[in-house]
Design a protein around this ligand. Sequence first.
Ligand SMILES: [Zn+2]
Length: 308
Amino acid sequence: MRLLLVSALALVFAAPVHAASKPGVHALYDIRILSADDMEGRGVGTPGGAKARAYILKRFGQIGLKPQGKAFERPFTFKPKLAFREVTGVNLVARIEGTSSSDKVLVVSAHYDHLGVRKGQVYNGADDNASGVAGLLAVAEAFKARPPRHTVLIVAFDGEESGLKGAKAFVADPPVPLAKIGLNVNFDMISKNAKGELYVSGAGPQPWLKPVLEGVARTAPVKLKLGHDTDADGKENNWTQQSDQGPFTVAGVPWVYFGVEDHAEYHQPTDDFATVPQAFFQHAVTTVVSATRALDDDLDGIDKAAGR
Ligand SMILES: [Zn+2]
């Protein structure tokens, strides 16, 4: 039995390319690699960050993604608080062509950077946000297997932990005009919740999103809850500006965000692959993949309702 188990595991972890029909299985591989110690916590502008980027680019290649424009890499610079020197971050932007004649674009995003190494401790950021990047790659895989209606940009943001720097750079110098972006769908922390709950934010301030998100919730393998998107939730609990959807909302681009409630490992060195509940994470990935498909299907209606 042990041998059998070992070879089955070897199959899962050695040959992820063939697991495309099971997004959760493949995502488990991605989250494990991205949150391993040798990625050194993926700090922006560090060798660990570059290593994570190289891995994501390798996966883009395996999935068969093409860059938006000449190259996937879109560097940007910023000066961190209390620092003397500028730091260079690098967003990665891929493009999947849609099948319809609509010129609206769906931007699907997740940040790959995390806190790096602090006082000798590696902050692996398995949930924050290796999980979201794994979800992003699963979405890309699903759209390559069956093309989206609208053109989709698959965006891995850098510099989120420094203050949404990658998303701000993207919105300040967008690779497609902002007016053509029908929706930003952002994933940040989708792997960890003791109650099996995943939140989707956005329908509070954009009530026209409610029917499609409630439709997704009805068949989702996790408890998909709507909320955390208005001041009625309290300032701390309104997540609108707390991840990379923030700069999109400021620019007036419609948005949806997927994530879990904070947990004991949030921004701690214990946010490791070992503390990820694997079944929940796989179900969360399945959920964000089907949700993104549903949002693509409805994008023209969403765009019209948003009055843009
Ligand atoms: Zn995050």
